[in-house]
Design a protein around this ligand. Sequence first.
Ligand code: PEP
Ligand code: MG
Length: 892
Amino acid sequence: TKYVYFFGSGKAEGTAQMKELLGGKGANLADMTSIGLPVPPGFTISTEACAYYSSHEGAYPQGLREQVLENLAKLETLMGAKLGDNENPLLVSVRSGAAQSMPGMMDTILNLGLNPTSVKALIAKTNNERFAWDSYRRFMQMFGDVVMGVPHHEFESALQDVKDSKGKSLDTELDSKDLQEVIARYQRLYKRYTGEEFPVDPIDQLFKSINAVFKSWNNERANKYRQMNDIRGLLGTAVNIQSMVFGNMGDTSGTGVAFTRDPSTGENQFYGEYLMNAQGEDVVAGIRTPEPIETLRAVNADVYDQLVGIRSILEKHYKDMQDIEFTIQEGKLYMLQTRNGKRTIFSWLRSQVEMVEEGLIDKETAIARVPAGEFGKLFAPILDAKYIRDNGLNEVTRGLNASPGGACGQIYFTADKAEEMAALGKDVILVRAETSPEDIGGMAVAKGVVTCRGGMTSHAAVVARGMGCPCVSGAGDIHINEAKKTLEVNGTNLSEGDYMSIDGFTGAVYGTKIPVRSSEIVQVLNGHMKESESNLFYNYKTFMAYVQEVKRLGVYTNADTPHDTEMAVAFGAEGIGLCRTEHMFFGGNRIMSIRKMILANNLIAREKALSELLPMQRGDFEAIFLALEGRPATIRLLDPPLHEFLPNDHTSRHELALQMGLTVEEVAQKSSALHEFNPMLGFRGCRLAIIYPEILRMQVRAIIEAAINVKRKGVDVLPEIMIPLVGNYKEFVFCKKHALEVIEKIFNEQGMKVHYKIGTMIEVPRAAITADEIAREAEFFSFGTNDLTQMTCGFSRDDAASFLGPYVNDTDKQFYDYDPFATIDIDGVGKLVDMAAKLGRSTNPEIKLGICGEHGGDPKTIAFCDKVGLDYVSCSPFRVPIARLAAAQASI
Ligand code: PEP
Ligand code: MG
């Protein structure tokens, strides 16, 4: 088997298509080499080798070692240099790179090949003593830390000790004598921790480093990152071994990271940062704050122009925004990486819309790329600008606008503390000098993140953007006192627990509490902002027009109030898929009326209580029909067990007894008579309508009378009456008979008719199994996947959390890929849905099919619904745009 792929001087064995095997970095290094960009030569070890290593306790597959040595020899010949040579030493980097990028999660070793003899040769060759010793020092530090697990801070404090003893404050002030002292300390440190001498044999260094990269695939933070980002099914990481170029050879050298468009806003402008006389990790680790890319023109115009040229070559070649890493070695530019750039959802939206408008990509491509899981963040809150103006608030400092969104919360200085306070329900702003990958847990729970050091491409910035967490980075005026748990910023002092507000769109930081408001899109939709004032709204509207053109599935909403309905319609909902009428029974007099109905001892008393509810329900339905303007409204008849409406504390029972002329005992008795051990499997759904048809009759009357009233006003209506929890077609027939009687009667009374449908939910497994029988009678099915999941898996909707977490997340379990209440369990519940859809259509080809469980807003479930051919999905109003996008993606 071939495990190693060479690239160099215009030729490469790999291609851009080989990401699974070579990782994203390796595949694109090969590709950039082939299209003639300046890439330092090297070779890539495949992910298959890593997979073998992981599953064979660190053993190599046959031939791997030999292939590495052969390719190394080839590289040495091409470079005219040899690893560890005492005249012309070759230095290499060893980097990880999986098929999907996982920034900062796995390991990298630079300057490999240095030892006491080759460092002398490097001095002679470069005539730069300081550079050579500094490279050696960096190599020892990375190798010791990454390969052998010597704590990073030990190296840092050894370095600090030397600086202190020389009275120097910057790394760059250390001369080669000082650096040799650092190296001597590093050697002792290494020996103390590992019990071995620091390896001098470069081949030994190389294989140890390759193993470390293989191993890092399964380190804790990489696993956590994959879990959080739903990265599955990859073999492992590839390992890229590439000849070194140096950004730290003096003031004509440097290194940088750039994006072909703005990763925060998506604006079509070259966007990046660099540092002269530095190596890559200085930029990425956020240790020094880099310079904006435009200033490179003044430093080296040729290199700047060349980069600008490469920017456009890469965008045309990959047809997407690229994230590149480059190094300048003594005035010459080298490309070290290109990949599709990670970006905010704002940047996704704008870049894709503009690329369609530029003719670079088609609409389908744009739709397929924009991450549906992130789409909801477009509607994320922002800091209330009016409040800031009205109160004359000034920012205490401004850092970089690393990840958009407004956030306000109480400040904490460590990830652990942030997690602890967030668990107590506090809004947390995590403030750190710089973040490291270990902070990821704290960042995940924080409302916002602030760092004092680091640029737009620092770890904090990249991770925060990925999580949609507002972030301000590089706020250098903030000085944290970790011990005292305080910070000082331009004269303002804040302590742990004090409020801070941040604006991730601008980088502004406020040392006070500021209300957070709705997004521009929401404001335009609500009429609080003019459409022409919002570029974001333009991009949103344009993109949603593509989505509408491409998608097949309808997208409805779950709404029970006119306000929610209007919001959902503004978001593009094509109807209501579920109006839960019981939600209309709470509040004010209504709850009294329904309680009277429940406590009634005979039909007459029950009908009297119901007649009080009728006008209220009718009014609600009228408002909803008006908001829908002729779109279909699926209205579900009463579903929950009746005792949910009765009070269970003594005071309320007392009050109720008083109002109804009963004794407290009578109320308590009725309540306990209604008590059930398994209410979710109890007296609910259509069972209520079957025992008390007068409830159904009142609700149907309210729906149809409301429809007629609205139609009289000249607005179209399309009510769809939905019977819940049917398990046997005879239940459905019983309910339908009552409904039809009422409807006929109203049509006669009113001398007017409206179109309507009568259908059922499919949420009891028996209903799915006998869907052909039900479909002979029903005009539509709506899959209630909340109950269907509960009853199919036998997991209580209300109590499953205690074991479902481990069922999904623990690496030794993972019985379900995703929480089955969030993403449909395709193999189980999904099979029932598919079967019921087919059975239903077999006896009623016209039947309308939808889904209205929570799953209806989940992109993976939506893809499934498209596949099995449902007509629509229904979800909560704020998920409507996400569902529309997911529906469009499913149909591509
Ligand atoms: C369902 O069961 O999926 C459903 C939509 O109904 P409810 O959540 O109201 O039980
Ligand atoms: Mg249900």
